[in-house]
Design a protein around this ligand. Structure first.
Ligand code: FES
Length: 161
């Protein structure tokens, strides 16, 4: 799924990002800082923004892509209004968290790391959410759902549609 990034609509943020890079030119770690700045301004790192950073900092797109995909904090697609985090920590994993994750993917028609075309939901596989006693666990926004079975998933997701 391709999301269209509107340069005109985002021109103020683009100006802010360029200004940030110019003001910090020559500073150590500027690429990471610029990516953080862009992620917080745009909510993700569209290719158009990666290109701007590449030109401004004289860093190849391949390097930017490498950094952006290495750190889980960065996202190449916009997150959905509701991010669904399915815990893949050990306690959840042994309680069939994979089946929960598969079911979420099946119901929404997208995979981990993707966002639904209407930008309502995105899915991530997370580390331990600190609620192992409730395994398997998933979070939707700030809401925690525990002791899940596959059959619960669709009904829970329907509450957010
Ligand atoms: S392993 Fe899932 S909440 Fe801890």
């Amino acid at each position: 799924m391709e999301f269209v990034f509107d340069l005109e609509e985002n021109k103020d943020y683009i100006r802010e990002l360029k200004l940030f890079m110019r003001e910090n030119r020559g500073k150590k770690g500027l690429l990471m800082d610029a990516l953080h700045k862009a992620q917080s301004l745009f909510g993700y790192l569209p290719i158009e923004v990666q290109r701007i950073i590449s030109e401004e900092l004289k860093v190849s797109l391949a390097e930017i892509y490498g950094v952006a995909t290495f750190y889980s904090h960065f996202s190449l697609v916009p997150k959905g209004e509701y991010n669904i985090g399915v815990c893949m920590g050990t306690a959840c994993y042994v309680k069939q968290a994979q089946q929960i994750l598969d079911k979420v993917e099946e119901v929404l028609g997208i995979e981990v790391g993707q966002t639904t075309p209407d930008r309502k939901f995105s899915i991530s596989a997370t580390r331990c959410l600190g609620a192992c006693g409730l395994a398997p666990v998933m979070m939707i926004g700030d809401d925690v759902y525990g002791r899940l079975v596959e059959d619960d998933v669709e009904e829970i997701l329907n509450k957010y549609r």
